[in-house]
Design a protein around this ligand. Structure first.
Ligand SMILES: *Cc1c(COP(=O)(O)O)cnc(C)c1O
Length: 431
């Protein structure tokens, strides 16, 4: 369930009229629905109830502290990929003992920080990294809990930039090599072999690739459990969401509500595919969803600045740019774009929706069929809660957008819009 809908011809996030948010905070602004995030979290949690499990939200998808706090209060752990993310989790009141630390290039400082705070596990991606962790743990007279990231070599059927679980990716250690690395790890004085981790890709819309991967990894898990008493298996994240769906207009219907399922990815299919084989293993299961929890929970509000007609083409130039939301440029991703005020006489039109940045790749939609747009129209770019704001930059010296969190009929600014002064902060004139 995604809590965006038209009510009295105005797009609402939960019970908040998005036009009011734009009037108060300006545009471009990211708006997130707290209820949507918590709904997704509790559905996943309930579906996994038959097995001992921990949901570790992948912080990189959206790392605003208010969102981390929301999930920490709901009982979530966190999957972090940098010391900065651990810092944010701690600042949001998250428990380090529920944090797994992933990433192929952890620095000495980051490993230090993670060990000092007693993270649940460091997920290791190479032997060189394992040696480094053992050395640092020895200096601290600690025993570092680790999991190796296994690369099961499966095809997740997703975009090449977000596929991570085939042998051609930089991620993880191949199945045929991993037994030997575990043997080495088990012999290290300051390493405790705690689990196994995998993550096969992102925006995966079927349950089958997960089931295939578990099937490939299960013999290894059994062997490691009996040899070293491993305690957990992390199946990673990657559950996909809906990006493309006709808007339900008028009539107070929830935006892309379809039969109670929260996304393209069916939680019940997922649970049906993974729960039985995982239950048989008898170890704790970790999940690391990012996009699934927050993706559909966010929109980017933007206003049309100019309408421009050249030959047969029509452009709507909006005040958000690729620096605010890079997904269409980077992944050719599709985002639904909805007028915040539903036009009463819909006139069909075809338009490119582009930003003000000096790049041809600065667009949100090409040849999009939608009702005619006008200067000043307010638009909501849908499903941008994941990998939206976190990838925003100051390119073209554009200040970062504001972020707002909605819950029920209330909304709060959770990140101030940057100012021009912010842009030059930290820069030093050497003369
Ligand atoms: C990015 C990432 C995730 C989250 O991926 P989603 O597709 O957003 O669910 C989980 N685990 C690891 C190791 C990752 O790198």
């Amino acid at each position: 369930m995604h809590f965006f809908r038209y009510r009295d011809h105005k797009l609402h996030c939960e019970d908040v009229d998005l036009e009011q948010v734009a009037d108060r905070v300006g545009t471009p602004t990211y708006v997130y629905s707290a209820t949507t995030i918590l709904d997704h979290y509790s559905r996943l949690d309930a579906a996994l109830a038959p097995i001992d499990h921990l949901i570790c939200y992948a912080v990189k998808a959206n790392s605003n502290r208010a969102i981390l706090k929301l999930l920490a209060n709901a009982g979530a752990g966190f999957d972090i990929v940098s010391g900065g993310e651990l810092f944010r989790v701690l600042a949001a009141g998250g428990a380090p003992a529920k944090c797994t630390f992933a990433g192929v290039g952890k620095s000495r400082e980051e490993i230090d920080y993670a060990l000092e705070h007693g993270v649940f596990s460091l997920n290791v991606e190479s032997e060189a990294e394992l040696d480094q962790i053992d050395r640092i743990a020895a200096e601290k007279s600690l025993c570092a809990p680790i999991a190796l990231r296994v690369n099961p070599d499966v095809d997740p059927h997703t975009h090449a930039y977000i596929a991570t679980g085939s042998h051609e990716n930089k991620f993880g250690i191949a199945l045929y090599q991993i037994g030997a690395v575990y043997a080495r790890a088990a012999g290290m004085a300051n390493i405790r072999v705690a689990g196994v981790q995998m993550h096969i890709g992102s925006q995966i819309t079927e349950a089958q690739p997960f089931a295939n991967a578990i099937e490939k990894v299960a013999p290894l898990l059994r062997e490691l459990k009996s040899k070293y008493g491993i305690k957990f298996f992390s199946i990673g994240g990657g559950m996909g969401i809906i990006y493309q769906r006709a808007l339900e207009s008028g009539s107070g219907k929830w935006w892309h509500d379809h039969g109670g399922e929260p996304s393209a990815f069916s939680v019940s299919d997922y649970a049906d595919a993974i729960v039985p084989p995982l239950r048989d293993l008898g170890i704790q299961v970790l999940l690391e969803p990012g996009r699934f929890l927050v993706g559909n929970a966010g929109v980017l509000l933007t206003r049309v600045r100019y309408i421009k007609q050249t030959g047969s083409k029509k452009f709507a130039v909006v005040d958000a740019g690729m620096n605010d939301l890079i997904r269409p440029a980077l992944y050719q991703s599709y985002h639904e774009i909805a007028p915040v005020i539903e036009p009463n006489k819909s006139k069909p039109d075809k338009v490119d929706i582009v930003g003000p940045v000096c790049e041809s790749g600065d667009f949100f939609a090409l040849d999009r069929e939608m009702s005619e747009l006008h200067e000043g129209d307010l638009l909501a770019i849908m499903s941008v809660g994941a990998y939206g704001f976190v990838m925003a930059s100051n390119y073209n010296s554009r200040p970062l957008p504001a972020e707002v969190l909605v819950r029920g009929d209330k909304f709060a600014l959770i990140r101030k819009r940057q100012t021009w002064e912010d842009l030059a902060r930290g820069e030093i004139d050497p003369l």
